[in-house]
Design a protein around this ligand. Structure first.
Ligand code: BG6
Length: 482
């Protein structure tokens, strides 16, 4: 299937931290891909800003090398790469002082969309935002693009929101949760709200429980400092898993329009019930040799930070009362596998003999890898020899069904183009971020007060045994991580 590409308006994007990790791995490759398919117009320009003393040529060489490292396309299309590099200009700016700001200002055009991408540590967000105003770079139509963490807790998130909202309007602030840019995550909304089939079943009368799993094989090497201060709860649950939960649980918005969608998500977060300590399992990875342990990776032999969380979450509203959502995420698990599983209730009366083969109907929304949707049904096992049931799935793996070959666009490609289009549907609103912290904070406070130690799990496993018990105790089972 050929996707239609509608070019966005011309723009100037200023990337603060242009030589840093996020810009190199995600932002610049995303822009390059959108340029290659003709969505980023030829007149658009990229202004790279950092504190390094390098000349234009050195900057372009750096970006070229990074693109070759991180995107196949740059290797295959050298001409395209060359013309993309022509869109780039480098500016050395001292964000604390005065140097370089007037050069950026002189290069910005007044008749195109203006985007400031803060690809820097969050501790610089407030400073850069205020400099944009002090130096006259900000205009009423400009947008700022920031990436989590949005604070470390509710107080910090509020203070960051206030700081930004003193300078910019909410409609100018684009808070990225890159999970919202993932194809299949958006498909959660398409599936629910463009088909008549699901809505009558989408409630606690028909859904037994929901499992949300984001399992990673990578550890925390390289980001130990940040991660050890955050843990899986702050790093993944407060944002990515929360967004997934919202998209599954929210009421149908009146329109597919930023505030309609975000209003419904906020209502879900506000309906979350406090989580009982007995409904959460924290884990930390280690291995038999004692070398590949979390504590080694973060250089903190006493760390009790969790690299794994599993929890049972109840949503206190009419649609979901008595349908628990089980959330699980962790590092160094047996496979990279992210999925949402909607497990339906069994038929009220079973006319066939009870057998091991019979499974509950399940709708599996696979986020990565092998994006797609599967619906598990029971049918009669073909052939003679009695009436036996077997589980088969209606399979909509996107690579096969849509011919994407598994090459859907990266989340950042979609999100950056949405910033230019001025569409905030897939970005988090300030109150959404605060509501999520308001729910997470007491859970973390309880851990801190009681000094609960994480349960250890082996590298390459499915997590601690206690996570398995969390479902067993309710007569349920996690789906295998595969
Ligand atoms: C980031 C977290 O937000 O998301 C990382 O900080 C995590 O710890 C990453 O590895 C997962 O994203 P993805 O797209 O690889 O699933």
């Amino acid at each position: 299937m050929v996707s239609r590409v509608i070019p966005v308006d011309s723009f100037d994007i200023v990337i603060f931290g242009a030589t840093g990790d996020l810009a190199r791995r995600k932002i610049l490759p995303a822009l390059f891909h959108r340029y290659a398919v003709g969505q980023m117009p030829d007149e658009a320009r990229i202004l790279g800003v950092a504190r390094r003393e390098i000349n234009q040529q050195a900057f372009k060489t750096l970006v070229r090398d990074n693109l070759i490292e991180f995107t196949q396309l740059a290797v295959k299309e050298p001409k395209l790469l060359k013309s993309f590099l022509e869109k780039l200009t480098y500016f050395r700016v001292d964000v604390h002082g005065e140097d370089g700001w007037s050069d950026v200002s002189g290069a910005l055009r007044s008749n195109v969309k203006r985007v400031f991408c803060f690809s820097v540590s969050p501790s610089f967000f407030g400073l850069i935002a205020s400099k944009l105003h002090a130096t006259g770079l900000a205009n009423p139509d400009c947008r700022i693009l920031i990436e989590k963490p949005f604070g470390h807790n509710l107080i910090a998130a509020k203070s960051l929101n206030n700081e930004l909202l003193n300078l910019f309007s909410e409609h100018q602030i684009y808070r990225i949760d890159h999970y919202l840019g993932k194809e299949t995550v958006q498909n959660l909304m398409a599936l629910r709200f463009s088909n008549a089939l699901w809505e009558p079943l989408w409630n606690s009368t028909h859904i037994d429980h929901v499992q949300i799993t984001v399992a990673e094989t990578i550890g925390v090497s390289g980001r130990g400092d940040y991660y050890d201060r955050s843990g899986a709860m702050r790093d993944m649950v407060q944002n990515h898993l929360m967004q997934l939960l919202c998209l599954i649980a929210m009421e149908p918005p009146a329109r597919f329009e930023p505030n309609s969608v975000r209003d419904e998500k906020v209502k879900v977060i506000q309906s979350l019930e406090p989580v009982l300590p007995t409904d959460i399992v924290r884990g930390q990875y280690r291995d038999k040799t004692g070398n590949e342990t979390y504590r080694n990776h973060v250089n903190n032999p006493d760390s009790n930070t969790e690299s794994f969380v599993a929890m049972k979450v109840n949503i206190g509203n009419w649609r979901w009362a008595s349908t628990p959502f089980y959330l699980r995420t962790g590092k160094k698990l047996k496979s990279q596998s992210s999925e949402v599983a909607i497990i339906f209730r069994d038929p009220p009366h079973m006319i066939f003999p009870i057998s091991e083969e019979r499974k509950s109907n399940a709708l599996i929304i696979r986020l990565q890898p092998n994006e797609g949707i599967k619906l598990h049904n029971m049918i009669k096992e073909p052939g003679p020899g009695g009436f036996r049931l077997t589980d088969v799935s209606l399979d909509m793996t996107f690579a096969n069904t849509l011919g994407t070959g598994g090459n859907s666009q990266d989340a950042y490609e979609r999100l950056i183009m949405d910033v230019i289009r001025g569409d905030q549907t897939l970005f988090m609103r300030g109150d959404e971020v605060e509501a999520a912290w308001a729910w997470v904070d007491p859970i973390i406070a309880e851990w801190e007060q009681t000094d609960v130690l994480p349960a250890f799990y082996q590298n390459g496993s499915s997590g601690p045994d206690q996570a398995t018990s969390l479902l067993h105790r309710d007569g349920r089972e996690w789906r295998d991580i595969c």
